[in-house]
Write a protein that binds this ligand. Structure first.
Ligand code: GLN
Length: 491
């Protein structure tokens, strides 16, 4: 039995019924990581000992007749932005290298409580800034569908690990698309919940008014299970929403009759790869075949999303990253030459993109410029949000492409930050408006590079987004296709 291609739902059921032990499932994944990850570079750290201990604890709970939890024995990978007790956490940055936290973030605690087995920490763009995973201080991740191409970013290790069967579920974070964009480029499902739905306590901060935690998996059902395990109010996070968590897994059945699917023409304009346009339109036609009614809608201020985001995100990051002053994290400073050493190490500690953002953000927040840039961007943000409010009075869910292009070649966009930022054009408005958004595989460009359909919902509308995606996935087979790596003689 190839446990690495089983869904989380199937693994949890098998572990619970003792058809397999959690230790056996963990072992299978650890072996696969050892044989495959040299090519992909998804994992920055594998916690073999911790994973086997957690798995053994799940098996012991099952043997005692206790409920082992929703994700019993499910192998999970964590983006290295999640703070993990006793396990180095770097945010893929040299400045945090060597930092071993003394606590677990809330999402991590909740996964453990649900019986998940945490395999290790996944590669990402430094401090989650990027769209290709090439900004990692420890080297890029390779796309399992084509090793010469990027997996998407910033949760590139999360998406590629799920696509290659190196974990069943991965946690990522999404500030401007970093769950959905790599999910689409790597051919997996990813959901960014409503802002505040999942606690960010113990997640290294990037842009605090935008950051949100969410799962990536090969099926919509697995995303629903993971979200159910991690969502919900947390007094440790002041932005966390105090609303009950629905049983998402019970909301996935049924056809789509009566569902109004809004289609914004602004998202199909110039810049979109025509092959992706065709696949996404076919996916929307499939939703209609399942009973949905398509409604043309307009989101006129979406064209300002990119400019708005690339002011707000750097401004907030320049404030969040000020804490890495070379004193509290990562550095071992000798008694002499403190000042110079401090300057040098701090400069060496951040990569080029992070420095660019800190400079941009500091500039935009300067007294005298604040009104012209940051405040203006916040006003445009309100207009973008208002467009969505209006649209959701006419439809229940919005369907768009997730990415304008399929996975691009490693190095293709690194010299041109603007070209890199354009990869986020369809994902960013969702974060600016605080909405839930999901990407589900909807076909292959040229028959080999995956792409995805993006579904956006109203605030706390995770259920409608998941239900729509689940109905689509039940009648399509895209998610069953495996990357060519899988056939390279690796069990
Ligand atoms: N690509 C966007 C950026 O570079 C979004 C990143 C993210 O969502 N973390 O900021």
């Amino acid at each position: 039995m190839s446990w690495h291609w089983q869904s989380a739902a199937a693994i949890a059921a098998a572990v619970r019924s003792r058809a397999v032990s959690a230790v056996e499932v963990a072992r299978a994944h650890l072996d696969r990581i050892a044989s495959l990850d040299g090519k992909l570079h998804c994992y920055l750290r594998v916690d073999e000992k911790g994973a086997l201990l957690q798995a053994a604890a799940v098996d012991a709970a099952v043997a005692r007749g206790e409920d082992p939890g929703l994700l019993a024995g499910v192998p999970v990978g964590l983006k290295d932005l999640f703070v993990t007790a006793g396990l180095e956490t770097t945010a893929a940055s040299k400045i945090l290298q060597g930092w071993i936290p003394v606590y677990d973030g809330t999402a991590v605690t909740r996964l453990k409580r649900a019986g998940a087995v945490l395999l290790g920490k996944l590669n990402m763009d430094e401090f989650a800034m990027g769209s290709s995973n090439e900004n990692s201080a420890f080297g890029p991740v390779h796309n399992p569908w084509d090793l010469e191409r990027v997996p998407g970013g910033s949760s590139g290790g999360s998406a590629a690990a799920v696509a290659a069967g190196l974990c069943a579920i991965a946690l990522g974070t999404d500030t401007g698309g970093s769950i959905r964009q790599p999910a689409t480029l790597s051919g997996v499902v990813g959901i960014k919940p409503t802002y505040g739905r999942v606690s960010r306590y113990g997640v290294v901060a990037f842009a605090s008014s935008l950051d949100q935690v969410g799962p990536l998996a090969r099926t919509v059902e697995d995303c629903a299970l993971a979200l159910e395990a991690i969502a919900g109010h947390d007094p440790q996070d002041a932005t966390s929403i105090d609303a009950p968590v629905p049983r998402y897994r019970d909301q996935l059945g049924g056809d789509l009759s009566g569902l109004r699917v809004g289609v914004p023409e602004e998202y199909f304009a110039e810049g979109l790869d025509p092959k992706i346009a065709t696949l996404v339109r076919a996916a929307i036609a499939e939703l209609a075949r399942l009973g949905a009614r398509t409604v043309p809608i307009s989101l006129p201020n979406s064209i300002h999303s990119l400019a708005t985001y690339y002011l707000i995100a750097p401004a907030e990051c320049s404030s969040n990253l000020a804490r890495y002053d070379g004193v509290r994290y990562g550095l071992r400073i000798p008694a002499e030459g403190l000042g110079e050493m401090y300057q040098q190490t701090r400069a060496a500690g951040f990569g080029a993109e992070v420095k660019r953002r800190i400079m941009l953000g500091t500039y935009a927040l300067r007294a005298g410029y604040y009104d012209a840039y940051y405040l203006r961007a916040q006003k445009v943000r309100a207009l973008i949000k208002r467009d969505f409010d209006r649209a959701f009075s006419e439809c229940d869910v919005i369907a768009t492409p997730t990415s304008p292009v399929p996975a691009f070649r490693l190095g293709e966009r690194t010299a041109d930050p603007m070209a890199m930022y354009l990869a986020d054009i369809y994902t960013i408005s969702c974060n600016l408006a605080g909405l839930p958004g999901l990407s589900v595989p909807c076909g292959f460009v040229d028959g080999r590079l995956p792409t995805g359909l993006q579904l956006l919902g109203p605030p706390l509308g995770e259920e409608v987004v998941l239900r729509t995606a689940a109905a689509y996935q039940r009648t399509t087979r895209w998610h069953e296709r495996r990357p060519p790596l899988a056939t390279e003689g690796v069990a």
